[in-house]
Design a protein around this ligand. Structure first.
Ligand code: ZN
Length: 240
């Protein structure tokens, strides 16, 4: 049986998954990371995730010994099915059902299923992801209800006792910064500001108060608004 103090974090190199990695390092004895190369238009997030992992080791000695292997799973076939703004050179637009065309149908379900297969092999019990309902983009595979159903299916289908942990599920983007601060103080906030990547256009761009990015895509906009709300509120801590 797998060990309950061992976790696998779905780590894209974005703001949310970086906070999830910190959350897991504070909680579990052993933490591995997995990233998905599904033919993104930009590989910058795959580069930033390595920089972030190195930053965690350098700036947080208490966590360094807990951070284990990094895995990259190639999923170009799935990216080809998606055919959305993340994988093709289309402009951002709202599609049918009111979902932005950055939506890849079922992406989180597929990622978690791959992650569970990997976790089974690696003896990891908790699957940690940054899925969130609060700043709701309309992605049905981010809903906790969807993930509860998937958790049951994975445990039945793999004869396992996985838990899908979603520490950001009920937090706003502003509160996510507060969680980062309570987990790792200003060093963690600064690491995530400087090195996490969110921009849909794959641009590092200028260093804005909220980090790097083009500054006007939906992802940059969400990140910028969350950060300014958190600062305006007096940068409160948010307990894990
Ligand atoms: Zn952007």
């Amino acid at each position: 049986m797998s060990n309950p103090s061992r976790a696998l974090v779905l780590f894209s190199g974005g703001q949310d998954s970086s906070v999830c990695l910190a959350w897991a390092l504070a909680r579990y004895d052993h933490v591995e990371t997995v990233g998905f190369d599904y033919g993104q238009r930009h590989s910058v997030e795959l580069v930033q995730r390595e920089i972030l992992r190195a930053g965690f080791v350098e700036k947080f000695p208490a966590w360094a010994g807990r951070l284990g292997t990094d895995h990259i799973l190639e999923m170009h076939g799935f990216g080809a099915i998606g055919e959305t703004a993340l994988t093709e050179t289309r402009a951002f637009e709202m599609g049918e059902k009111g979902l932005p065309n950055t939506y890849v149908p079922g992406r989180n379900l597929v990622f978690l299923t791959y992650a569970a297969a990997l976790a089974d092999r690696r003896g990891l019990e908790s699957l940690v992801g940054g899925m969130c309902e609060t700043d709701f983009s309309g992605y049905p595979d981010c809903r906790r209800e969807s993930l509860d159903a998937l958790e049951i299916a994975l445990n039945l289908g793999m004869a396992q006792t996985f838990r899908i942990e979603t520490p950001l599920m009920w937090l706003t983007k502003a509160e996510t910064w507060g969680l980062a601060q309570s987990l790792g103080g200003p060093d963690l906030v600064n690491l995530i500001l400087e090195d996490s990547h969110t921009c849909y256009r794959g641009l590092r761009g200028d260093r804005h108060p909220w980090g790097h990015g083009c500054g006007d895509c939906p992802a940059c906009d969400l990140r910028a608004r969350g950060y300014s709300e958190w600062i305006a509120a007096g940068s409160p801590d948010v307990a894990p």
